[in-house]
Design a protein around this ligand. Structure first.
Ligand SMILES: *Cc1c(COP(=O)(O)O)cnc(C)c1O
Length: 526
C-alpha cells in the first residue's frame, strides 16, 4: 500500500510496491501529462518548515486554567510555493461549469456571469460587516429591498423571506410558517404533509423535521401527479401539499389550478418547491397558480455560484396568509425610510423567529440582483424560453438513442431511463462513468426515483447549439457502443480521471474525512 492510499484509506487498481505513488506505472513519475500525482499535503509537510517569518510571541501569562494544549497540533509545515502548487493542482483535478457543460438535472448549473462577481466585489458591498450599525449601511438595505421587490414581482407574491441559506432551508422556513399559521388557526391536529413520489428528498425530510407524517402521492403515466390519488388523500388532517413545478421529471404540472383548488378546499396550504423556477421565470407567476408559499434558489435560477463554488440562498415567497409568520429580520418601510426589525414586536409578533444569523447571504443577493437587472424583464423571460428550448432540442436529438421516460415536450430538463441499456449488462452508473472519460460531467443519475435508472439532463440556457450538438453526438456514440456490446469500456470507466471508480457505498457509509497516519482498512477505491 502506498503512502497515499494509507493516508486516505483508498486503494488503486494495480499492484504497487510500498511507498510507490498511487498512479498507473506508464510514466516514470506516475504523472499523466499535466495531471500531477502527489502526496497529501500532510505527507509533504515537515515539522518546522514554514512559509513565513513569524516572530516569537511575547511572553504571556496563561489564562486558560490548565486547559492549554500540551503538544503540537500536527499542521503540516510547508513553503509558500508548495502550498500554492498543491492547491492549484487540486483545483485542476476539479470539474466546474467554468470548464465545460454541466448537465446535472435539477441543479441548474448555468454560467455565472462575471458582471455579478464584479458587483459583489464592490467595497461598499464586499467590505461591510453584519454587525455594523444599520445606520451605516443604508445602501445594503436598499439593495435587499430592491431584490425583494423583483422577487415579489416575478412570483406575484406579497412577501418574501430572504434569510434562508439554501433551497432546503427555504423549505424549512415555508413549512414552519405553515405550521405557525395552522397553530394560530387552532388547527394543530393537521398532522400529514402530502409529497408526490417524484419529489426531491429535501421535501419529505423537511416535512418530517417539522414533525409531520409524510404521505406519498403517486404519479400518473404522464409523469405528473395523479390528481385522483391526491384528492383521495386530502382530508382535514392534511397540513400541506409540497409540489414541485415544473416537477422533477422536467414536466409542467398542467392540472396545477385544480390541485391548488382541491388543497385549499381541504383547508390545507399549497407549498411549491420552486427549485425549477428557471423554466418559467418571467413567463408564469406562481401566485396565479394558487401557490401559498414557494422557495427560490438564487444559486440556480439567478446564477449565483454553487456546487462547491459558494453558499446558496433560498428566499421564500409567501402569500398574505403566511406573511405574518415570516422569519426575522424583517425589512420594512418605516417613517424614517427602510428599517430592519430584528425582534418580535407589533407587526412581527407572530414571526417564527430567526432561521439564520444576521440577514442572509448578502453576496448572493448582490449577484442575483445584478443578474436580474442586467437581463431585464425580457431577458429573464428569454432565459426560461431558451432553457426549455435547449432541453427539448436534446430530447428530440436523443429520443431514438436513449429511452425517454414520458411522452411529449419537456420543460428545462429531459428525463431518460435505462430501458435503452436493457440486456447490455451496462447500468446507468456505467454509462455516466463513460461520459466522464469523454470530458463531461454526468447528468443526474437515479433521480427522480419514479423511473428505473434515471438520467436527468438539464443543459440550461447558457449552452450554445454547437455545445449541445457535441454533447448529443457523444451520448449517441456511447449509446451505440453500449448496444453493440462494448461492455468492457463501460465497466472499466472512468479510465482517464485522476482516480478511478470508487466504492460509493463505502465512501458514504464509512467516510474517511481526516488524514490519519495509521493504515486504515476502509478502502473506497476499487
Ligand atoms: C436543488 C433542489 C432542492 C434543494 O435546494 P438546495 O439549495 O440544494 O438546498 C430542492 N428541490 C429541488 C427540486 C431541487 O432541485
Amino acid at each position: 500500500m502506498s503512502d497515499w492510499s494509507r493516508a486516505t484509506g483508498a486503494r488503486l487498481i494495480g499492484d504497487r510496491a510500498p511507498g510507490e505513488l498511487a498512479a498507473p506505472r506508464e510514466t516514470i513519475t506516475g504523472n499523466r501529462g499535466l495531471q500531477i500525482e502527489e502526496n497529501l499535503i500532510f505527507e509533504q509537510g515537515s515539522l518546522g518548515r514554514c512559509g513565513i517569518d513569524l516572530a516569537d510571541p511575547p511572553l504571556f501569562r496563561a489564562r486558560l486554567g490548565g486547559l492549554e494544549r500540551q503538544g503540537p497540533i500536527g499542521l503540516p509545515g510547508l513553503s509558500e510555493p508548495q502550498v500554492v502548487r498543491h492547491f492549484t493542482r487540486l483545483s485542476q483535478k476539479n470539474y466546474a461549469i467554468d470548464s465545460g457543460l454541466y448537465p446535472l438535472g435539477s441543479c441548474t448549473m448555468k454560467h455565472n456571469p462575471r458582471l455579478n462577481e464584479k458587483l459583489a466585489r464592490l467595497p461598499g458591498f464586499a467590505d461591510i460587516h453584519p454587525l455594523q450599525p444599520v445606520s451605516t449601511v443604508p445602501g445594503a438595505l436598499v439593495l435587499i429591498d430592491t431584490l425583494a421587490h423583483w422577487l415579489k414581482t416575478l412570483t406575484g407574491m406579497p412577501a418574501i423571506a430572504l434569510s434562508p441559506g439554501a433551497g432546503a432551508h427555504g423549505e424549512l422556513c415555508g413549512i414552519m410558517s405553515i405550521r405557525a399559521a395552522l397553530e394560530a388557526r387552532g388547527e394543530r391536529r393537521r398532522s400529514r404533509v402530502l409529497v408526490p413520489e417524484s419529489a426531491h428528498g429535501t421535501n419529505p425530510a423537511t416535512a418530517a423535521a417539522c414533525g409531520y407524517n409524510v404521505d406519498s402521492v403517486s404519479g400518473n403515466l404522464q409523469g405528473r401527479v395523479d390528481i385522483e390519488a391526491l384528492r383521495a388523500k386530502l382530508d382535514t388532517d392534511v397540513a400541506a401539499l409540497m409540489l414541485t413545478n415544473p416537477n422533477t421529471c422536467g414536466l409542467f404540472e398542467n392540472e396545477i389550478l385544480e390541485i391548488a383548488a382541491a388543497v385549499h378546499a381541504a383547508g390545507a396550504f399549497f407549498y411549491c418547491d420552486g427549485a425549477n423556477f428557471n423554466a418559467i421565470v418571467g413567463r408564469v407567476r406562481p401566485a396565479d397558480l394558487g401557490i401559498d408559499c414557494m422557495h427560490l434558489n438564487l444559486h440556480k435560477t439567478f446564477s449565483t455560484p454553487h456546487g462547491g463554488g459558494g453558499p446558496g440562498s433560498g428566499p421564500v415567497a409567501l402569500a398574505a396568509s403566511l406573511a405574518p409568520y415570516a422569519p426575522l429580520p424583517w425589512l420594512v418601510h418605516g417613517a424614517h425610510g427602510l428599517e430592519l426589525v430584528e425582534h418580535k414586536k407589533g407587526k412581527t409578533q407572530q414571526a417564527i423567529g430567526r432561521l439564520k444569523g444576521f440577514h442572509g447571504q448578502m453576496g448572493m443577493f448582490v449577484r442575483a440582483l445584478a443578474y436580474m437587472m442586467s437581463h431585464g424583464a425580457d431577458g429573464l423571460r428569454q432565459v426560461a424560453e431558451d432553457a426549455v428550448l435547449n432541453a427539448n432540442y436534446l430530447r428530440v436529438r436523443l429520443k431514438s438513442d436513449l429511452s425517454l421516460s414520458f411522452p411529449g415536450p419537456c420543460m428545462h430538463e429531459v428525463l431518460f431511463d435505462d430501458c435503452f441499456l436493457r440486456e447490455t449488462g451496462i447500468t446507468t452508473l456505467d454509462f455516466a462513468k463513460a461520459l466522464i472519460d469523454e470530458g463531461y460531467h454526468p447528468m443526474t443519475m437515479y433521480f427522480p426515483l419514479v423511473v428505473h435508472g434515471a438520467l436527468l439532463i438539464e443543459p440550461t440556457e447558457t449552452e450554445s447549439k454547437a455545445s449541445l450538438d457535441h454533447f448529443a453526438d457523444v451520448l449517441k456514440a456511447l449509446a451505440s457502443k453500449a448496444r453493440l456490446g462494448d461492455t468492457a469500456r463501460f465497466h472499466a470507466a472512468p479510465r482517464w480521471t485522476p482516480r478511478r471508480r470508487l466504492d460509493e457505498t463505502a465512501a458514504a457509509r464509512k467516510p474517511v474525512l481526516r488524514w490519519h497516519p495509521e493504515p486504515i482498512e476502509q478502502q473506497a477505491e476499487q
